[in-house]
Design a protein. Structure first.
Length: 710
């Protein structure tokens, strides 16, 4: 009965608090709500709250905060849970479960600023009541006789009592005159009057150069003079990672300021040295601010922090020596920089390890240089000759990805990680005829794709767009090597030994051959010496000087764009690139015409030999003459068959005579060469890019063939 009575009273209080008082809703309505609530509470079939389930929900809520990057909220939540665990009661799980049920999207809607509302306002304590205050309010604090001591002794001591009373009165007056520090304090009471106005004015004067730059912002070609002491102070603060006026936020020095009594070039070189050191230190300071989860990186981060702490301590010692000199000290920025060099060099090495060498960026760029830009000519020749031999042998499986990948890995094994090299041929290239792939430079070679799998951190810098541009340069270089290989395959000594009596059209053939060799060598020399070599050297230098990953991406993108433009592979120079490829196709036509002519001469020689044997069998030699080996025979034995097993050459110049084909090749060569030279000159004049000067140089190189009729 006691439990029922207690439950009934608590139910009445609960209903009255939630709905309203009985007078406002009526007694009947109140009784109905009370009875239904009491019935629900008395006959409920709910179990007790599972405290372990509540604890798991709280841990899950904390983890949810951290997953949504609300670390500060999760830390405060954990702090409150730990504080609550020290005052546990049996109702705590129910209370916490009730709060969890009331919560509405706590991850998104919870704000840390709401915690300030839970703090109790600390009212300033009222001053205590003192006798001095009462005396001041009633006015009897001015009555000095009230505080005199009364002498109750029998003897007469007036001469001694008066001084004592005076001393007591004086002390009381002093105690009453001292204002209470806790009553009526105003901001003016905290103002400190400085007696050394001259020293304060000297400080203002020494820092006037900071505001002077703002006043001179509208003026041009004027420098704000700064003393060497102030410049040294700013440089040391910058090395410690503090914001300064002399250096901009992103690192470089502000050109508005200049050290007084020092030439601008000297000051610029000195301040740039400090700025470069500060830039590398800022990389390390940014690195140590990031949280590391791997144990190895945590140890490395702690070591970097220790090195930075020792460096900051060294700078503080220099600052203390300059601020409070114990002897005659000369302020010299150059001397301080030399003093800090032994401490800066290890930190600069750490900076390169943290942001450059750790992701193998230089190694990957070097691999791209050797594969796509063919920096190693021997390795590139080994791969290209193997591919060309498969085309010349008319092998139907010339596009087999495994054979080509093995060929590339073997060729570049001494330069790159061959496990990352893969060579494939596009599906469109596999459908094309092997004869067309052999005879035409534009048919099969653009379909050959070479890939180098980069580490994922390097892929942030070397993007897919730049890889496609690398592939375009690789294809162009391979086409040049194919053209050179075609025109240089037929050796002059072999021709002289085989055809001593037949000279005829050979002069025109060798003239065209020398022109094509000269043209291909000019293009190859231009790319190697004026485009690839200088731009690659600049790339390595700029990558080392890059501030962060964004700068590395920008530097590499600029490099690829400059190489593509200078190599005439950009969209603006598509007609010129087509003209260059047209001349290279002439090399294939010349080789085709020569092969067809050699085959015809061989057939004629065999026919004459057969007829002579038939007409005079008794005079014929018992030995059979060896068939004449034609030009089409490839010197490489790998997969190469005799002339009889090959399709006959001459498909390109079908229906044309040998001399007619040579005349057509000569006319096309001169026409394309004039077009290329004129186009390069016009593009160089119309453009202001850096590549314009290189186009002008290439035009000057090729104009020799136009003027002298090489």
């Amino acid at each position: 009965m006691a439990f029922a009575a207690k439950l009934g009273s608590l139910t009445d209080e609960l209903v009255e608090v939630i709905v309203s008082t009985p007078d406002k809703i009526g007694p009947d309505r109140f009784n109905i709500l009370r009875d239904s609530t009491l019935r629900s509470l008395r006959y409920h079939n709910f179990l007790r709250t599972n405290q372990f389930d509540v604890e798991n929900q709280l841990h899950g809520l904390e983890e949810r905060f951290r997953v949504h990057h609300r670390e500060s909220l999760a830390d405060v939540f954990r702090e409150r849970l730990d504080a609550l665990s020290q005052f546990r009661t049996k109702w705590h799980p129910d209370i916490l479960h009730f709060i969890l049920e009331l919560s509405d999207q706590p991850t998104q809607k919870t704000r840390l600023s709401d915690l300030e509302l839970l703090k109790e306002t600390e009212d300033e304590p009222e001053p205590k009541l003192r006798w001095e205050d009462i005396a001041r309010e009633d006015g009897w604090h001015e009555d000095a006789d009230m505080w005199r001591s009364i002498d109750y002794s029998d003897h007469s001591g007036d001469e001694y009592g008066e001084p004592k009373s005076e001393r007591s009165s004086v002390s009381d007056d002093i105690s009453l005159s001292i204002p209470d520090s806790s009553i009526g304090r105003r901001p003016e009471d905290f103002e400190i009057t400085s007696a050394e106005d001259a020293a304060l004015e000297e400080v203002y004067t020494s820092q006037a150069w900071r505001t002077e730059a703002q006043n001179m912002a509208s003026e041009r070609q004027r420098k704000v003079p700064v003393s060497e002491f102030q410049a040294t102070r700013e440089a040391l603060f910058m090395l410690q990672g503090l914001p300064t006026t002399l250096f901009q936020k992103d690192g470089p020095p502000d050109p508005t300021y200049q050290m007084s009594n020092v030439a601008w070039d000297t000051y610029k070189a000195l301040i740039s040295s400090y700025a470069e050191s500060g830039r590398q230190l800022s990389q390390l300071r940014s690195f140590v601010k990031r949280v590391q989860t791997a144990p190895l990186f945590q140890v490395f981060r702690d070591n970097v922090m220790t090195s930075l702490r020792l460096f900051d301590k060294r700078i503080s010692e220099i600052q203390a020596r300059l601020v409070v000199p114990h002897e005659d000290t000369i302020v010299s920025m150059a001397a301080i920089l030399e003093t800090l060099k032994p401490h800066l060099e290890p930190l600069q090495s750490l900076s390169e390890i943290a942001l450059f060498d750790s992701c193998s960026l230089e190694t990957s760029v070097d691999a791209l240089n050797h594969i796509y830009l063919m920096a190693d000519g021997a390795a590139a020749d080994a791969f290209c000759k193997g591919l060309f031999a498969r085309l010349d042998a008319l092998r139907l499986d010339w596009h087999d990805r495994y054979s080509l990948t093995g060929l590339a890995q073997e060729a570049f094994s001494s330069r790159v990680d061959t496990t990352r090299v893969v060579v494939t041929v596009r599906h469109e290239g596999q459908k094309k005829s092997v004869v067309a792939a052999r005879d035409l430079i534009r048919t099969a070679l653009p379909e050959v794709l070479i890939q180098y799998r980069l580490p994922w951190p390097v892929q942030l810098v070397v993007t897919e767009d730049t890889i496609s541009q690398y592939q375009a340069v690789f294809t162009f270089l391979m086409q040049i090597r194919r053209a050179i290989g075609l025109v240089q395959r037929n050796r002059i000594l072999d021709e002289l030994a085989t055809h001593r009596d037949i000279w005829g059209n050979r002069a025109l053939y060798y003239s065209l051959r020398s022109k094509l060799v000269w043209f291909c060598n000019c293009i190859q020399t231009y790319l190697a010496t004026l485009v690839l070599a200088p731009y690659t050297a600049r790339l390595y230098k700029n990558l080392r000087q890059a501030y962060d990953v964004d700068d590395m991406i920008k530097v590499h993108g600029t490099f690829v764009r400059q190489v593509v433009d200078a190599a005439c592979l950009g969209k603006k120079l598509d007609p010129l690139r087509s003209g260059i490829l047209d001349i290279m196709d002439l090399a294939a036509k010349l080789e085709d015409a020569q092969s067809a002519s050699a085959a015809e001469e061989a057939e004629e020689a065999q026919e004459l030999s057969r007829l002579s044997l038939m007409s005079s069998p008794m005079k014929a030699s018992p030995r059979r003459r060896k068939p004449v080996t034609t030009y089409a025979e490839d010197s490489n034995d790998e997969g190469v068959e005799g002339v009889r097993s090959r399709p006959k050459r001459g498909a390109i110049n079908a229906g044309k005579g040998y001399f007619e084909s040579l005349q057509e090749i000569k006319t096309d060569f001169e026409r394309h060469l004039r077009f290329i030279c004129g186009g390069l000159r016009g593009a160089a004049r119309a453009s202001s890019d850096e590549a314009a000067t290189k186009w002008d140089l290439l035009a000057e190189m090729l104009e020799v063939g136009v003027k002298d009729n090489v």
